[in-house]
Each structure stands twice: as structure tokens, then as C-alpha cells.
Design a protein around this ligand. Structure first.
Ligand code: ADP
Ligand code: MG
Length: 270
């Protein structure tokens, strides 16, 4: 069958040059931008600066949108919506400092520990988001999904590829380590991941278990020690105490009794 005779669009030479230079933001908005510059009586130099500024804004916006997609955050959370008054055991200054991302540049680790509902996942996502805004690549995964994917890759003899993939993001967030104890094989696979990233890429780990309980989490004291040795070498540990934020509103309205003053983290509840 004869192909439809589609005429190639006639390109304005300026359009073509902007396309070749990948200045697609300027290309698509050129008339509006030139009008804007005209209305503001900008000089040629100022006009060029305006065009560059808009192109950069658009590229940054796109990069951030793409990086947020690639990070696979389960929900949208940010630091602005974190209520520090509800969580006095979290130091706002420390969180702001971490949000600047130096620890990520240095390949350090951050552990967010505490009982369910105190905002560990919220802070992990919010800090991940800040990292993306600062230009770092981020990947979020739950411990269960991570370990299952490592085990699958191992069974299919492509563990190296999988580890290589997981070593790429500048920040790897592993959420909910310890909700379920790991099989010894899984603990060993996790160890391989931690070794691969050690001093190269930052990890943010959330857990409802104290570090002293990680031997139980990993089901093997030797592997747990080896993992902790690497994770804690250059690390920041934040232990969040207190009541579940989820149950706060209910408790306030009198639907629930006030929780005991010291919640323990021994119970693995979700
Ligand atoms: P965890 O991961 O520690 O179990 P989450 O981060 O999932 O807890 O928090 C449970 C819910 O409560 C989420 O919707 C979260 O956004 C909210 N939340 C927890 N702590 C705070 C807080 N201090 N300020 C605002 N929202 C909070
Ligand atoms: Mg959580």
C-alpha cells in the first residue's frame, strides 16, 4: 500500500537551530518570550538572559519530574508537611541539615528508627525528595521488595546485574527493615548490597527495631555484625520516640486510651 504522502513540516531555520541545540523550551515559547522581552524593553543581552533562564527552569523542572518518577516513592510527602511539634524527639535543625544533602555527597548512611506511625516513612520520602531537588538520584524500595528482588536475581544468576543497578542511585532508601525477619540467605544478599554501596552511595534505612535487635532481624549474628559494621561506620542515627501519629487524632477525640509513656519497639507491628 502506498504510504500517505505526508509533507515534511517546513521548519523555520531558527526553530531548527534551537532544536539542534536542544533549547526546546525557548523554541516552543519563542514568540511569547520575545513579546515579554519587548514589553519589558529588555536589551539584547537581557533578552538572551531571559531565554536562558526559562530554558534552565524548564530543564530543571523536567529533570525533577523524571527523577521523582524513577524514585518510586509510594506516596507524596514533603518536609513542609512534617509537624515537628507533634514529634518532639525529632530535631528540626538536624532534619534541615540532612536535607542539604552533604551526607549523600559523602556516601554516608542515615537510620530512622522508631515504633510504627511516628513518621519514619514520611521523613524518608521527604528527605529523598529534597535530595532529588538538590540533584541527586534516589530510589525508594521496601526491605521486603528489595530482598525478594535480590533472591529472584540470585536464582536467575543475574545477581551482579541487580546489585549493579542498586548501586547506581546516589541515595537508596530501604523502608521497613525488620518488620519481617529475613531468611539467612536473604540476610546474606542484603549484606552484599550493603558492601557494594559502602562508602560509595548513601543509604537511608527505616526500621521499627533498635540496632541492638538487628541480630534477630537478620537471623544471624555474624551477618548482622558485618552489615552493621559497614552501615554504621559513617552514619547518622535518629531514634524517634512517642506515639503513632496515625492514632493521635483518635486518641485526642477520646476514641482511644492514651498510649503508655514509653512505647517499646520490640513488637513488630505494621
Ligand atoms: P512510620 O513509617 O514511622 O510507620 P509514617 O511515616 O508512615 O510512619 O506516618 C504515618 C502517617 O502519619 C503518615 O500519613 C505520615 O504522613 C503521618 N505523620 C507521621 N508523623 C507526622 C508528623 N510529625 N507530621 C505530619 N504527619 C505525620
Ligand atoms: Mg513506615
Amino acid at each position: 500500500m502506498a504510504r500517505a504522502n505526508k509533507a515534511a513540516p517546513i521548519l523555520d531555520p531558527l526553530d531548527a537551530m534551537l532544536t539542534r541545540l536542544k533549547l526546546t523550551g525557548v523554541r516552543d515559547q519563542l514568540d511569547n518570550l520575545l513579546d515579554e522581552a519587548g514589553r519589558a524593553n529588555l536589551s539584547a543581552r537581557e533578552t538572551l538572559a531571559l531565554l536562558c533562564q526559562r530554558e534552565i527552569e524548564r530543564k530543571d523542572h523536567r529533570r525533577i519530574e523524571m527523577a521523582l518518577k524513577l524514585a518510586h516513592f509510594p506516596v507524596v510527602k514533603d518536609l513542609a508537611s512534617f509537624d515537628y511539634e507533634a514529634q518532639p524527639s525529632v530535631d528540626p535543625r538536624q532534619i534541615r541539615d540532612l536535607a542539604a544533602g552533604r551526607w549523600i555527597a559523602n556516601g554516608e548512611n542515615l537510620m530512622l528508627l522508631g515504633p510504627p506511625g511516628v513518621g519514619k516513612t514520611h521523613l524518608a520520602i521527604a528527605l529523598g525528595r529534597e535530595a532529588i531537588l538538590a540533584g541527586y538520584s534516589v530510589q525508594f524500595v521496601t526491605a521486603t521488595t528489595l530482598v525478594a528482588s535480590l533472591a529472584k536475581a540470585h536464582a536467575e544468576k543475574r545477581l551482579d546485574d541487580r546489585l549493579l543497578g542498586l548501586a547506581k542511585p546516589k541515595l537508596l532508601i530501604v523502608d521497613e527493615l525488620g518488620y519481617l525477619p529475613l531468611e539467612p540467605d536473604a540476610a546474606h544478599l542484603f549484606f552484599q548490597l550493603v558492601s557494594r554501596r559502602y562508602e560509595r552511595g548513601a543509604m537511608l534505612i527505616t526500621s521499627n527495631r533498635n540496632i541492638s535487635e538487628w541480630g534477630t532481624v537478620f537471623g544471624d549474628a555474624v551477618v548482622a555484625t558485618a552489615i552493621l559494621d559497614r552501615l554504621l561506620h559513617h552514619s547518622h542515627v535518629i531514634t524517634i520516640r512517642g506515639d503513632s501519629y496515625r492514632l493521635r487524632a483518635k486518641r485526642r477525640s477520646g476514641l482511644l486510651q492514651k498510649a503508655p509513656a514509653q512505647e517499646t519497639t520490640n513488637e513488630a507491628t505494621t
